[in-house]
Design a protein around this ligand. Sequence first.
Ligand SMILES: NC(=O)c1ccc[n+]([C@@H]2O[C@H](COP(=O)([O-])OP(=O)(O)OC[C@H]3O[C@@H](n4cnc5c(N)ncnc54)[C@H](O)[C@@H]3O)[C@@H](O)[C@H]2O)c1
Length: 437
Amino acid sequence: MSENIPIEKPAGKLGVMMPGLGAVATTFIAGVTAIKRGLSQPYGSLTQMGTIRLGKRTEKRVPMIKDFIQLAGLDDLVFGGWDIFTDNVYKAALNAGVLRKELLDQVRDDIEGITPWKAVFDQNYVKKLEGEHVKKAPTKYDLAQMLMEDIQRFKEENDLSRMVMVWCASTEVFMKPNPVHETLESFEKAMKENHPAIAPSMIYAYASIASGVPFANGAPNLTVDIPAMFELAGQKNVPITGKDFKTGQTLMKTILAPGFKARLLGLNGWFSTNILGNRDGEVLDDPESFKTKEESKLGVLEYILQPDVYPELYKDLYHKVRINYYPPRGDNKEGWDNIDIFGWLGYPMQIKIDFLCRDSILAAPLVLDLAIFLDLAQRSGMKGIQEWLSFYFKSPMCAPELYPEHDLFIQLMKLKNTLRHLKGEELITHLGLEYYD
Ligand SMILES: NC(=O)c1ccc[n+]([C@@H]2O[C@H](COP(=O)([O-])OP(=O)(O)OC[C@H]3O[C@@H](n4cnc5c(N)ncnc54)[C@H](O)[C@@H]3O)[C@@H](O)[C@H]2O)c1
């Protein structure tokens, strides 16, 4: 058994701040409030419902994760956020159309008072949106200072002991890393010069990390995945993680693809298409925002299937992803997959998946877990990229010299082993045993 890592106790309240109080954020806030009132269970949340096996299987030690390691409780969470629209969380949740009005009315008293702070926004980075509730300042650096004031005010007004930030705002246009992202010095200089390579999401991330607040990126934007942010996170001892919540179709891919590879079944093609009618779908209707999402969705199979190791099985795989904005469906996305596989003697077979999912219902528990685990990471003295949280992302961030891990089951093993390590328990490295958790 290894040493226990000293972990600060989660005393006091934890502030959860979100840029973007849209479908995901409001489903998360209203959901936590409903669960606290006993109206439902925290389905989909590892921190609330997950267990962890400890020691030998014969020992039969399988506590709940939240009983094994001290985590912030639901009662400790306080919510805040920014948006380009002025709607409070109750109204924004009604507009998002994810949760039923009857449920929202039962939590209305608690969520109606949460109103968004003015956003840092620039339409050049999200072409499909226009909003008035936006901060104005001469430079991007000044905007960051204004966000830092919001963060401090939120802390003082709510008497918070700790805070985290989770990006739940719209997907920005595709951006490649730029030389100004290379160092903290060049990044700060670029902010002061209003350089176009500094996107609004980067200004939030900078303000968060500079304030000592851990940051998670739920969208595929570059945001914290640049060396300047790694440097700042290192200096400030702040954990960071991202990118892009792993929910509907990509969740399915990272469940199925490891299975095909395990059984050495080949793949000729994987065609994925979606119809989606919420605001996220509308933003992704813009080719530049879609490109950011497409990159994030396409990378997954390449890493899991390792065509360089298994060229006979995967080198000719044709992988295509489409998202179609179709308003009648709202948040209730439909994702189709056609998978062309081949087996013994090369005989072809097909698999069809039709996932009638609810995007924000799948994403909300991820926001909860990320907020709670990032807080744990900070209390445990962990800083920089948190690869053990890859489990939650389509494009997991990793150290520049490493490659990301996409296999959901390996990701889960890494996550639980990190918890075991923090508590000085023996690590379980045999994947098969993990299924007995
Ligand atoms: N729901 C899912 O399953 C899922 C999965 C992966 C990623 N995501 C990502 O999560 C994000 C949120 O998704 P959603 O369905 O809630 O979208 P949404 O459109 O309902 O909400 C996004 C909100 O962000 C606001 N916004 C945009 N730019 C902003 C800025 N600069 N500052 C503050 N607010 C800003 C918008 O006004 C909107 O209210 C999107 O980027 C989406 O791609 C969602």
